[in-house]
Design a binder for this molecule. Structure first.
Ligand code: FAD
Ligand code: NAD
Length: 482
């Protein structure tokens, strides 16, 4: 007899595990199916984010930042540390421990919330039916009043540079290098390219980033993107824009494997030799085998499961969330969608505010943004004020020897409502979050200007940018009126 559930969730990444836990909290009998196996063939929950995404990449970013600081950032503060070296296998092992601790944590949360974690592959085979295929090939039918598909995404591969996970790697392989590559190539100057490029650059790699587009970070406010590009190239990232990769060839140099990459740019045909090459050209939904076509759930031409604003698919009772559906591929977006679906199943009116999804690139300094860019406001014909504030005028940033970058706030010229915030600088992600909250409550720049900020903090920069938007920053913020 088929096991019966109120909700069966397929996938335990941020969208799936959060949906499952919230469903269980709301009193639904819930199962969550996960196919991911670790190196010891044990089922691990947490999906891309915990296993090979957000968390391991941040572990390496934090370690490599500490290393770079010890190497270059302490002497000016009077701290002498002598020669600093990096033990790469130890760094990778620590990263693995952080991952294990967190994936184990999800298992604990499932137990605590009475979610049935199930190992194997789930497939929607009927309107209310999920077939679970266990790792030893056995099939089990689950009867589900509702189904939430949260099967996530996988890296995109491109024909000129097939992944072998040795010399040519995707983001997962780039988290496992056992030594610092002398020459590292990165294809794609997106979020992964910049984060993982920074990790290995800080540890000593000569990093060349090949980006097909002529613009750097096109989704970012132009002023902030330009400022970020300056900072990254000063740090040693050689970012080549308009570079179209056409082919690659494996070879050896000094008995070690290398890869020669051919690309074309404004100067013609080029070739570069790398010890490792990371391909980071985006991700695609992992939906090829999660749905039986007879069920009638529609996919779009790129494989995303079609959903409305409430994550409902074309079939009632079947929902989809996270990277498998439209919108930015971000863990927090998936989590909020998971909560929304669970709460709406319980009759609540929960919504996701898709206009206020914060984005962060966790380089140092971080780049973070929310809401409209200046270019988008111009295009929409909106009258706006701009307040900017450079970190070099912030006492705390200077005290911490971490004063690169700026904050930019955009406010509606008529209503003063904050429309966007863009930051490159220390703790940009955490500073931005203050503005996400403010914008969720429809705050004006004046509201932020009238709020007291503790001194000395980096967040005073946000205060000054808000004051600057209305032309009266106390320190050196600048106002620009459109
Ligand atoms: P996933 O996390 O991909 O999880 C899907 C799960 O479903 C997987 O465990 C998979 O095994 C399972 N699954 C799929 N099909 C089936 C099936 N048929 N049966 C059973 N199980 C199945 N986002 C951020 O917000 N911040 C970051 O800092 C960040 N850093 C990142 C760094 C890297 C290197 C990468 C690659 C990604 C990063 N992301 C980051 C993106 C983030 O990881 C994803 O947006 C997020 O994991 C998506 O969550 P999800 O639940 O939709 O899918
Ligand atoms: P991305 O879309 O951020 O960047 C891919 C880059 O590769 C783009 O700039 C694109 O123009 C370029 N590109 C595409 N094809 C190319 C080619 N053939 N040659 C050269 N350049 C090419 O994708 P990503 O960096 O792979 O990240 C994937 C997803 O994971 C993103 O959607 C992102 O949201 C998510 N992610 C988020 C974080 C974070 O939130 N900090 C970190 C890592 C990943």
């Amino acid at each position: 007899m088929a096991k019966e559930y109120d909700v069966v969730v397929i996938g335990s990444g941020p969208a799936g595990y959060v949906a499952a836990i919230r469903c269980a909290q709301l009193g639904f009998k819930t199962a969550c199916i996960e196919k991911w196996l670790d190196k010891d063939d044990k089922t691990v929950y947490g999906g891309t984010c915990l296993n090979v995404g957000c968390i391991p990449s941040k572990a390496l970013l934090d370690t490599s930042h500490k290393f770079a600081e010890a190497q270059h950032g302490l002497e000016s503060q009077g701290i002498k540390v002598g020669k600093v070296s990096i033990d790469v296998p130890a760094m990778i092992e620590r990263k693995a421990k952080v991952v294990t601790q967190l994936t184990g944590g999800i298992k604990g949360l499932f137990t605590a919330n009475k979610v049935d974690g199930m190992a194997g592959t789930g497939k929607v085979t009927g309107k209310n039916q999920v077939t679970l295929t266990t790792h030893d090939g056995k099939e089990e039918q689950l009867q589900a009043r509702n189904i939430i598909i949260a099967c996530g995404s996988v890296p995109i591969e491109i024909p000129p540079t097939p992944i072998d996970q040795e010399t040519i790697v995707d983001s997962t392989g780039a988290l496992e290098f056992q030594e610092v590559p002398k020459r590292l190539g990165v294809i794609g100057a997106g979020v992964i390219g910049l984060e993982l490029g920074s990790v290995w650059s800080r540890l000593g790699s000569e990093v060349t980033v090949l980006e097909a587009l002529d613009d750097f970070l096109p989704m970012v406010d132009r002023q902030i993107a330009k400022e970020s590009a300056k900072i990254f190239s000063k740090q040693g990232l050689d970012i080549k824009l308009g570079a179209r990769v056409t082919g690659s060839k494996a070879g050896t140099q000094a008995k070690k494997p290398v890869v020669k990459v051919q690309y074309s740019d404004a100067d013609g045909e080029q070739e570069a030799t790398f010890d490792k090459l990371i391909v980071a050209v985006g991700r695609k939904p992992y939906t090829s085998n999660v749905l039986d076509s007879s069920v009638g759930v529609e996919l779009d031409e790129r494989g995303f499961i079609k959903v409305n604003e409430y994550c409902e698919t074309s079939v009632p009772g079947i929902f989809a969330a996270g990277d498998a559906v439209r919108g930015p591929m971000l863990a927090h977006k998936g989590m909020e969608e998971g909560v929304m679906v669970a709460e709406r199943l319980a009759g609540k009116k929960t919504q996701v505010n898709y206009d206020l999804i914060p984005s962060v690139i966790y380089t140092h300094p971080e780049v973070a943004w929310v809401g409209k860019t200046e270019e988008q406001l111009k295009e929409a014909g909106t009258d706006y004020n701009v307040g900017t504030f450079p970190f070099v005028a912030n006492g705390r940033a200077l005290a911490a020897n971490d004063a690169e970058g700026m904050i930019k706030l955009l406010a509606d010229a008529k209503t003063d409502r904050i429309l966007g915030c863009h930051i490159v600088g220390p703790s940009a992600a955490d500073l931005l979050q203050q503005m996400v909250i403010a914008m969720e409550f429809s705050a004006s720049a004046e509201d932020i200007g009238l709020t007291m900020f503790a001194h000395p903090t980096l967040s005073e920069g946000v205060h000054e940018a808000a004051l600057a938007a209305n032309g009266h920053a106390i320190h050196i913020g600048n106002r620009k009126k459109r």
